[in-house]
Design a protein around this ligand. Structure first.
Ligand code: GRG
Length: 294
């Protein structure tokens, strides 16, 4: 990986890790609940969504530290979704990011409550952000609740569960990913651009890129499940086919999936050019997301 990009990613991770740690640790939360929340918060996530938000903010002239409370809020929601996704009632996974899942480390009830607590604390973090105006907070909470709830990620999760073992169309598959993975990634970009001061017109172009991110991310996720490295992924490969899941490779083949992904990457970059932000880290991050190996 390019050294400048690697430094940028590390710097972003350090900033968001410290913010998340301090914000949660300083709250008078019940000790076992706090332990369980912090366990999953610090379980080695890549912090892609916060880093995308920071890069989008900087692309429009903002300072990346301005987005930290919102980036932390988004990561808390992402973490809650992973804790709940791993539960016996959902994917029933024992390992996540190479470590025992939250309900394996603690117990099921604590894992459910840690997820609930992270979800609600995320909105509190935005409301308590000193550097945001009331108008900004209202806008961001409205956008984040829409992206993560019944009209976004939660709906995508239910559709995904319902589709298991069934033959679905490529359109159905894209709709599932658009909601389940895409809505949070899209929020990352839109919130960063909004806080960074993008114009209405620029926000419209960025929305096009933002809406493609989830699909690009998911195609790569499916490709990695076929041809990735287990050690780097921290989980076994081939689980999609074992679980009879509809994926891009199962529908388009491996080569077809790569071609489709490249088509979407080109579209996403073209929308960034329209917003005049092609000379930025955001542009480079699209390739990073598309070619990630874990
Ligand atoms: C339980 C309401 C509810 C929703 C769960 C996002 C999700 C919905 C489930 C996760 C299942 C999954 C593995 C989806 C594939 C895409 C994805 C979100 C992968 C994990 O994201 P990364 O790679 O994770 O950014 P890290 O570990 O780096 O934070």
């Amino acid at each position: 990986m390019d050294q400048a990009l690697s430094y940028y990613l590390e710097q972003g991770q350090t900033l968001v890790n410290a913010y998340l740690h301090d914000y949660i640790s300083e709250k008078p939360i019940h000790s076992n609940l706090k332990k369980s929340m912090l366990y999953s918060i610090h379980a080695g996530g890549k912090r892609l969504r916060p880093i995308l938000m920071m890069a989008a903010c900087e692309a429009f002239g903002g300072n990346k530290k301005e987005v930290l409370p919102v980036a932390a809020a988004l990561e808390m929601i992402h973490t809650y979704s992973l804790i709940h996704d791993d539960l016996p009632a959902m994917d029933d996974d024992d390992m996540r990011r190479g470590q025992p899942t939250n309900h394996r480390k603690f117990d099921e009830a604590t894992a459910i409550l840690a997820g609930d607590a992270l979800l609600t604390l995320s909105f509190q973090a935005i409301m308590e952000a000193e550097q945001l105006s009331v108008e900004q907070k209202v806008h961001l909470v409205q956008q984040l609740s829409t992206a993560s709830g019944a009209l976004g990620m939660v709906a995508g999760q239910l559709m995904d569960m319902e589709s298991e073992g069934k033959a679905i169309t490529l359109e159905d598959l894209e709709q599932i990913h658009h909601l389940k993975t895409g809505k949070l990634l899209s929020f990352a970009l839109m919130a960063g651009a909004y806080i960074g001061g993008a114009s209405e017109q620029q926000l419209q172009s960025i929305k096009e890129t933002a809406d493609l991110l989830g699909i690009i991310f998911q195609i790569q996720d499916d490709i990695l499940d076929v041809s990735g490295n287990e050690e780097k992924l921290g989980k076994p490969v081939g689980s999609d086919s074992t679980n009879h899941k509809s994926t891009y490779p199962s529908m388009l083949g491996l080569e077809g999936s790569v071609t489709q992904k490249e088509h979407y990457v080109a579209q996403a970059k073209s929308a960034l050019k329209q917003a005049d932000v092609e000379e930025t880290k955001l542009f480079i991050l699209i390739d990073h997301l598309s070619n990630r190996d874990h």
